[in-house]
Design a protein around this ligand. Structure first.
Ligand code: C2G
Length: 133
C-alpha cells in the first residue's frame, strides 16, 4: 500500500484544500493529514476559527482522507514518515523547497496551489459582505 502524507491548518475548508487533498490521494492508496494543533498554529502565527477538534472532524469526513493526526511541531515530520511508513510527502508549492530535507526518507512533491482562494481571502470577503450586506 502506497502511503501519502500532507500537513496544514485547513481552517475554513475551501476548494483549494479539497484540490490538494484530492491530488495528494492520487499519488497513493492511503492519505494521512497532519492537522496543526491550536498551539502549533500560534507558533505559525495563525489563529484558526475552527478548533483542532472541529478541523479534525471536518477533514475526517473527506473521502480522500484516510487518517488525521495532530501536527504539534515543525520537527515531527521525519518521525511521522518513519512511524507511518510514508512513501510520498506532498505540500502546496507555496512551500516549495522548504521540506526537501525529507527526500532522504520519502518522495517530496510540491503541487501548484489553487489560485484565487485562501482562508485569508474568505475572511476579507466575508468582512466586506457583512459591511455591505
Ligand atoms: N493550499 C492550496 N491552495 C490554496 C490554499 C492552500 O493548495 N489556495 C494548500 C497549501 O499549499 C497547503 C494546504 O493547502 O499544502 C493546507 O494549507 P494551510 O491550511 O494554509 O496550511 P499551512 O498553514 O500552509 O500549514 O507543516 C506544514 C504546515 O502545517 C502547513
Amino acid at each position: 500500500m502506497k502511503k501519502v502524507i500532507t500537513y496544514g491548518t485547513f481552517d475554513f475548508l475551501h476548494n483549494g484544500h479539497i484540490n490538494i487533498l484530492r491530488r495528494a490521494k492520487e499519488y497513493g492508496d492511503y492519505l494521512i493529514v497532519g492537522i496543526s494543533s491550536d498551539e502549533f498554529n500560534a507558533l505559525k502565527g495563525k489563529k484558526a476559527y475552527y478548533s483542532f477538534e472541529q478541523r479534525k472532524a471536518i477533514l475526517e469526513a473527506i473521502r480522500y482522507v484516510d487518517k488525521v493526526i495532530p501536527e504539534h511541531t515543525w520537527d515531527q515530520k521525519v518521525e511521522d514518515i518513519k512511524k507511518y511508513d510514508i512513501d510520498v510527502f506532498i505540500m502546496g508549492d507555496d512551500w516549495k523547497g522548504k521540506f526537501d530535507f525529507l527526500k532522504e526518507y520519502c518522495e517530496v512533491i510540491y503541487l501548484p496551489r489553487t489560485v484565487g482562494i485562501s482562508t485569508t481571502k474568505i475572511k476579507t470577503d466575508l468582512n466586506q459582505f457583512l459591511k455591505n450586506g
